[in-house]
Design a protein around this ligand. Structure first.
Ligand SMILES: *Cc1c(COP(=O)(O)O)cnc(C)c1O
Length: 429
């Protein structure tokens, strides 16, 4: 039985059968039916057209329905959609892995492809643990992460996500316990002071013999609070990890591919992690794919151990369709002056976000690269504010006190101005 073009029926059955992200099925917030998308626009079933301020959760950097990405998908689907990766290889995966090694910070030389961001975090954590087991130090089985962080929804990823946002208390009996350092307080452009990292340093100094790896989001803590912290913090984390023989995992799933104004946010601090996770915009938002990169020390260390190999291998590893679109997306990004483009978006965001600071309801605004954040004094009513945004013709999905935009990189100045003005209209009411 299929449902054909009956919007109200789709919404009704959606509420009857379908979970949405972080949603209730007993008290559902209505979802909006999208029938197509093009450039920066989402087309709703009821005829409304919305400017997308979210890039479908950081992913659709080139906008929707892009001819070059479409062509890559169509070309690949006529050859093969998928073939197993155990014992078999193919050009789309090999060329993607070579490209990722090429463009990520120097030293990350090996690539493990997987299905989604959370899985790439599981893979990164498993790499770190298996590395130390192989080195004869299985007691290094704890992780150190930062409060205010977000690393995904699977169990290992959840265990290093902010304990309050991740509601660790309700999962107390099932989550592994790790170390958390305070959220870095000093902002991206603020003057550095060593007190900001003092507690992180103390935890690492006291417990490094049990700690396999530090895991963090470089520069931008995304879903945990849209917070931009000082590059000096990241530089010192790198130095402390090296000093105490602890691996550093950089989760660039949200920040990778230009979003912050650098191709990878680690570049703001000029550092290279031992392990890096990529996802989200890897395929330009076309389909799910993620990658975990590591350096030669980690790959060699793992393979020297008892298992002789890394103990992981997803069914859809290296999916050719996803790899082909990822190749096309990265080529498209690098073929343009993407850096100047992000600067352009940043300056338009900066011009318009200042107006919001004058509203009584707004606590703070901040911009970095193609990310604009309006932090309210109080949490917003999601269903109500989303309805008002849709009425104004924009797609923005706040969480908690945070109203933020991270538009597709193809957004024009005029579209971005319209987006910001419409958000202002809702917030100033
Ligand atoms: C979104 C995100 C993840 C999880 O990725 P999924 O594809 O949703 O599993 C992990 N880490 C960061 C920093 C993210 O932004």
């Amino acid at each position: 039985m299929t449902i054909k073009n009956n919007p109200s029926e789709i919404i009704r059955k959606d509420q009857q059968f379908v979970w949405h992200p972080y949603s209730s099925l007993t008290d559902p917030i209505p979802a909006y039916e999208v029938v197509s998308a093009e450039g920066v626009y989402l087309q709703l079933a009821d005829g409304k057209r919305l400017i997308d301020g979210m890039s479908s959760w950081w992913c659709a950097i080139h906008g929707y329905n892009h001819p070059e990405l479409n062509a890559a998908a169509k070309d690949q689907i006529d050859r093969m959609s998928h073939v197993m990766f155990g014992g078999i290889t193919h050009a789309p995966a090999v060329s993607l892995c070579e490209k990722l090694v090429d463009i990520t910070p120097q030293g990350l030389n090996k690539v493990f492809l997987s299905d989604s961001g959370s899985v790439s975090v599981e893979v990164a954590i498993k790499m770190a643990f298996q590395y130390w087991i192989s080195q004869g130090q299985p007691e290094k089985n704890k992780l150190l992460s930062l409060k205010g962080g977000y690393h995904g929804d699977t169990f290992a990823a959840m265990s290093v996500t902010d304990p309050v946002n991740g509601m660790h208390h309700i999962f107390d009996q099932v989550l592994p316990q790790h170390y958390f350092a305070p959220k870095p307080e000093i902002g991206f452009n603020q003057e550095w002071n060593n007190t900001d990292i003092a507690e992180f340093k103390a935890i690492l100094e006291a417990n490094h013999q049990q700690i396999a790896a530090v895991i963090l989001e470089p520069i931008v803590q995304g879903a945990g609070g849209m917070h931009f912290y000082s590059p000096e913090y990241l530089r010192q984390v790198r130095a402390l990890c090296t000093q105490h023989n602890v691996l550093l995992i950089a989760d660039e799933i949200a920040t990778g591919f230009g979003r912050t104004g650098k191709l990878f946010a680690c570049e703001w601090a000029g550092i290279c992690p031992d392990i890096m996770c990529l996802g989200k915009s890897l395929t330009g938002g076309y389909m799910t794919l993620a990658a975990t990169l590591c350096n030669d020390e980690v790959s060699r260390g793992i393979c020297e151990g008892e298992a002789g190999c890394f103990m992981h291998g997803p069914t859809f590893m290296g999916n050719p369709l996803a790899c082909s679109v990822a190749n096309a997306s990265i080529d498209l990004l690098l073929s343009q002056d993407w850096h100047a483009n992000i600067d352009r978006i940043e300056s338009v965001l900066q011009q318009h976000i200042q107006d919001f600071s004058d509203l009584d309801t707004v606590a703070e605004t901040r911009v970095l690269g193609a990310i604009g954040v309006i932090e309210m004094k109080d949490p917003v009513n999601l269903a109500e504010i989303q309805r008002q945004f849709v009425e104004q013709g924009v797609w923005v999905r706040p969480f908690g006190k945070l109203i933020y935009v991270m538009p597709p990189f193809v957004i024009t100045n005029a579209e971005l101005e319209t987006l910001m003005k419409r958000i202002y209209r809702v917030l100033s009411k």
